[in-house]
Structures are given as C-alpha cells and as structure tokens.
Design a protein around this ligand. Structure first.
Ligand code: SF4
Length: 420
C-alpha cells in the first residue's frame, strides 16, 4: 500500500516501499518499508512502530540534498554526509560518511552537529511534527501524527536503554562489515568480554570472557522480538556480540544463529538476503574446528567474521599491549585466506592498526601479508585499517592509508568505530 495524502502543509505517505536490498549507490538508498511526512521545509521518515528514523532539511543551508540524519535503535543520531571529498568510497567502501556525536576514530568528516540546521532538527523534530497536527486533512493523518507523537524523545531514549538492558549494555563497537547493511543489525549477545584486554583498546570492558547460557540467549531473543515489534520486518541482519562470539562453544554458536534467524524472522524480512556479523580473536579463530565453518556455511545468508590482527610485527604488538605473537597473526592471516577460498558464504575480514608513531617495522610487516603473501588480487577478505586516535580527523593519516590501499591485494578500507 502506498498512498499520498496532499494537504496544504504536508504530505503523508504510508508504508512506502523502499529498496529491497542494500546497494552501494552514490545517492541515498533507503531500504525496507517506512512512513514519510514531507513538509515544505523537511522530510521525516518513521519506522513501522511510528518512531522517527531519518530526517533532513530541504533548506538551502542544509549541506546537500543527499545528506541525512539517521536515528539508530540505540537512540544515537548519526549525520550521513557526502564527505565533500571525492575519495569517500575508496576510503570507507561506502558513498556516505557517518558523523557521530560521540568520539570515534574517524579520520574523515567534519562537525555537522555544530550546524544550526542539524541541531534544530535533532532537538526540534518532535515540535515540528506536533505543529502539523492542526493541519491534518483527515482521520488517517490525524491518527498517524498522534501515534508518532506518543513516541516522544524521552520515550525513544528509554527504548534505546531498554535495548541495552536486554543485551547487557551498549554495543561499544560494531564489526566494520556491518557497513554492508548500513549498521542496521539486531544485536544479540552470546558472550561477554574478550580474551586479551589489550592496552591500546578503547572499546573493551573489564568483564572476563564468559559465554552466556542458552536460556539467557533465548530470553534475549524473546525480549528483542517484543522490543522491535512491527519493525522487525525491516531487519535482515544479526550482530552476535560481544567482542569474541567465535570463542563460544561451536554448537551454541550455530544453534544461536539458527534460532535468531528464525525467531526474529530475519530470513523473510522486507529486505532481501540475510547476514550474521561477529567478531573473533586470533586464538578463537586459530582454535576453531573446521566443522564449525562447514556448519556456518550451510546456514542461510552470509556470515562475516572480523578478526583484530592489529600488526604482524612483535615490537608493535608489544607496544599495543596485545598478548599474542607475530607468528599467531601470520597463521591467522593464512587461515583467513584459506577459509575465504573454501566457504562461499563466509567472509573473514581483518583489522590492522594505523597510527603515526608506531615502530617502523609495523607497516612492512602488514604489507608482507596483504601484498606480498598473495600472487594476485583477491575480492574476499577485506582489510580494515583502524586509526588509534579518537576525535582527530587527519589528512596525513588518510595519505598513509591510501598508500597501503594501493599496495594491498585485498579490498582495503578504513574502520570507523560505530556503536549501537
Ligand atoms: S582489541 Fe579486542 S581483544 Fe583486545 S581489548 Fe579490545 S575488544 Fe578485547
């Protein structure tokens, strides 16, 4: 159903059918089913629970008609800019550049949240929509706006907190591969903490690694289903948290993915395909039985496993406080290439650290893997370079990244830390 309601001051389009698949285009492509209110000055998008999910101004002071504000399920506003820089796609693999209100390791981007048009929309969208109520032309418009107004900013904040309560806290970092679905993932925690507690890491917590009992995971699934409600149909992807889901018992891991895909309806969503994103560590990846990859490969959709390798240089690993050896990293990299070649539905990707003042041996050690260990270019096994410093955009680090990207025989992008 796609109906337009003209009125003197706004139009309402209910159940607009957006794209059925995530595609990388140089203009915004919005997926799934959503409602649209358009006024002379703004466009607002609402999900199927009538919660605001996107907005933009149509004014001349707005950065670009392709730029949007997005509200995440964790109730963060993210500003999608075109970047004002032709190389955004080459740098991050997407045509948009996400800008956040919290500190991240972004080396591109500006400060859109300081622009009056942006702050007015983030702080004022509710009043703008409320002001439309008297101009409703019929009962349907009136009912829809009343329903949107029930989802007040404080209720949306409470709902974001409820999500965090269900899964055991804020997702401090999503895997970089989640960019393929615009970070629209349902988070489900299978284990907490991580193995290493690396000194350099800004997203870790102090929780010792522990796997959750199946009953606790099932309880999360029930609560998530209730929380996302009607809008579940707009999700086709799962993030299996927290920092090292691959370390969980293989039977629990496969069973959890199966239960989540069916229980949350991710395989028959309004968006084609299905994806599972998770992190692994060098030890969990090296220790994983081949049977696990066979089982994961047979599941519906694609599986993306992201491993933090950081460096193949011992001096750098020691300086980072990462308690693994350069030899472990080389073995994990070799296994990554092998798994990617063997299993069509699985892509293992890897992260390396990028910083100005690392030991000189760091970049040669990385190039020995991503350039010299491959005889030809390979489309699978994306490499992400993760800047260490937060809140410090830097063109010189971008220059360094471009040098590495040109040399790499694998798809190579920057990793921007994004939370949920
Ligand atoms: S980099 Fe990964 S393993 Fe190391 S502390 Fe951070 S989350 Fe844990």
């Amino acid at each position: 159903m796609n109906m337009m309601y003209p009125s003197s001051s706004f139009t309402l389009t209910r159940y607009h059918s957006g794209s059925r698949s995530y595609t990388k285009m140089s203009f915004p492509v919005h997926c799934g089913s959503y409602h649209i209110i358009e006024t002379r000055s703004h466009i607002f998008h609402f999900n199927l629970n009538h919660e605001i999910i996107r907005a933009r101004s149509k004014g001349s002071d707005w950065g670009h008609p392709h730029e949007w504000l997005k509200r995440t399920a964790g109730n963060d506003w993210v500003y999608y800019s075109t970047g004002g820089y032709a190389g955004v796609f080459e740098a991050i693999g997407e045509y948009y550049l996400p800008n956040f209100r919290y500190p991240t390791n972004n080396i591109l981007g500006g400060t859109p949240f300081k622009l009056p048009d942006v702050t007015e929309l983030v702080d004022g969208w509710y009043d703008m929509v409320a002001a439309l109520l008297p101009a409703s032309q019929d009962d349907d418009q009136h009912r829809f706006i009343k329903s949107v107004l029930r989802n007040t900013p404080s209720l949306l904040q409470a709902k974001g907190e409820k999500l965090h309560d269900i899964i055991g806290g804020v997702v401090s970092v999503l895997p970089p591969d989640a960019r393929h679905v615009d970070y629209n993932v349902i988070p489900l925690t299978i284990s907490r903490g991580c193995l290493y507690k690396c000194r350099f890491c800004k997203v870790k917590n102090s929780t010792p690694y522990r796997e959750l009992p199946a009953a606790e995971i099932d309880h999360q699934l029930i609560s998530l289903k209730e929380l996302y409600g009607c809008d579940l149909t707009n999700y086709n992807s799962l993030f299996l948290g927290e920092h090292d889901a691959l370390q969980a018992d293989p039977r629990l891991l496969v069973q959890t993915v199966e239960r989540a895909l069916t229980g949350l309806g991710l395989t028959h969503s309004a968006i084609d395909g299905g994806n599972v994103f998770l992190f692994g560590s060098v030890f969990s990846f090296l220790g994983a039985d081949p049977g696990l990859f066979h089982a994961l490969d047979r599941l519906p959709g694609k599986i993306f496993i992201n491993i933090g390798l950081e460096s193949a240089d011992q001096q750098t690993l020691d300086r980072l406080g990462k308690p693994i050896s350069a030899q472990n990293v080389k073995e994990a990299f070799a296994r990554m290439l092998n798994i990617n070649k063997t299993y069509p539905s699985i892509e293992v990707t890897a992260n390396f650290i990028m910083e100005d003042d690392l030991p000189e041996s760091h970049y040669p050690s990385v190039l020995a893997l991503i350039r010299d260990s491959l005889v030809r270019n390979c489309p699978k096994g994306t490499i992400y370079f993760s800047p260490l410093r937060f809140a410090q955009p830097s063109r010189s680090r971008l220059f360094e990244f471009n040098r590495l990207k040109v040399a790499s025989r694998l798809p190579t992008y920057l990793y921007t830390i994004q939370r949920l």
